[in-house]
Design a protein around this ligand. Structure first.
Ligand SMILES: NC(=O)c1ccc[n+]([C@@H]2O[C@H](COP(=O)([O-])OP(=O)(O)OC[C@H]3O[C@@H](n4cnc5c(N)ncnc54)[C@H](O)[C@@H]3O)[C@@H](O)[C@H]2O)c1
Length: 325
């Protein structure tokens, strides 16, 4: 079976492609290589350096490889950048993505898996685990584009075209053999900032100590990239078998405040760093923890890599390798 994987030269797309290969499924990867780095792409995949806006070529690829199912990771993902450069995100993550989806449907694709995000929810009134049917009030353009694509998928879905929308919470970790992990050190992410503090000696900034949470710092639900890749594999099999649209949260349902994570790391000599508090950033959600009962039930999934310290240390090892520190 051939599966089209967009964004397969990125973090989660490469992890999922490696898993598909292990399961004897061939990923046909499309990626425009924003990080100019193709070393993460599995050798056993077929790779095309292409923008998903190039529909003429995409039609040819779908036909040539007899594509029935698509896993769509390609997008920009920096929430803070989306606030500064809304058009860049609206164009790529919404307009181009929408046309790409329409093209897939027209070419006879039946199963479509979409990388959505917890950013669709926005700030909730009470600090409870969020359910898939909670109101969607994104507070960033990034979150809005994910919400609009989910709406589009629901609108165009029919008997022949079904989708899974997976709302990821905070993704962390790298492959234990360091074949894949997050790329793009410029991205404003918790783990990039942590790396710059532990390895490069910069102060770690906690953005806001006045969030509406127990210790005032943002609360997150971290999920290991290998567990997320497994969710994609199981969701794909489920979609092919049951042909039913689903929207599912992807996390562990475990709440960690940023200060709690910092304190866990500071207990070990090798993950020592100094930290300061900075102003709360717009676009940052205060409390975001997944209720994952739906996912657990539908695809019968259980996490295998939920140890937070191990998640962080695998990612630090990966970053030391790729940034040659
Ligand atoms: N990493 C996270 O914590 C997280 C959380 C929630 C949702 N997501 C979503 O998951 C998906 C994958 O995230 P990631 O962390 O692997 O990101 P990533 O930046 O590592 O990978 C994205 C890949 O998509 C490619 N791409 C972007 N626009 C493209 C286009 N128009 N045509 C072709 N290729 C294009 C990039 O070159 C890149 O290789 C994204 O849709 C992201 O929004 C990620």
């Amino acid at each position: 079976m051939n599966i089209l994987v967009t964004g397969g030269a990125g973090y989660i797309g490469s992890a999922t492609s490696y898993l598909l290969i292990k399961k004897k499924i061939k990923p046909i990867i499309l990626d425009k290589l924003i990080y100019k780095n193709d070393s993460i792409i599995p050798k056993k995949s077929t790779f095309f350096k292409i923008n998903i806006s190039n529909l003429k070529e995409i039609k040819k690829i779908i036909k040539k490889y007899n594509i029935n199912s698509v896993i769509h990771f390609a997008a920009y993902k920096d929430v803070q950048e989306s606030i500064k450069r809304p058009k860049k995100y609206y164009d790529n993550n919404y307009l181009i993505t929408k046309k790409f989806i329409n093209c897939c449907k027209k070419c006879g694709v039946n199963n479509f898996i979409f990388s959505s995000s917890a950013a669709v929810y926005g700030n909730l009134k009470n600090n409870k685990k969020v359910l898939e049917n909670s109101p969607l009030k994104p507070i960033s353009i990034y979150g809005l584009t994910k919400k609009k694509i989910e709406e589009h998928l629901s609108k165009i879905s029919d008997k022949k075209f079904k989708f899974f929308s997976l709302r990821y919470f905070n993704v962390l970790g790298a492959d234990k053999n360091l074949k894949y992990g997050p790329i793009g050190l410029k991205i404003n992410s918790f783990s990039n900032n942590l790396y710059k503090s532990i390895i490069m000696g910069k102060d770690f900034k906690i953005f806001g100590n006045n969030h509406n949470t127990e210790d005032g710092t943002p609360v997150r639900d971290f999920i290991h990239v290998d567990d997320l890749a497994d969710i994609h594999y199981k969701s794909l099999l489920h979609l092919i078998k049951y042909k039913k649209n689903q929207i599912c949260n992807c996390g562990y349902g475990k709440a960690y405040s940023i200060k709690q994570v910092v304190n866990i790391l500071l207990k070990k000599k090798e993950t020592n760093f100094s930290y300061t508090f900075d102003k709360k950033r717009s676009g940052d959600i205060s409390y975001m923890v997944a209720d994952v009962k739906k996912l657990n039930k539908i695809i019968n999934w259980r996490p295998k890599h939920s140890n937070l310290k191990k998640m962080i240390s695998s990612e630090l090892r990966w970053k030391k390798k790729i940034y040659k520190f």
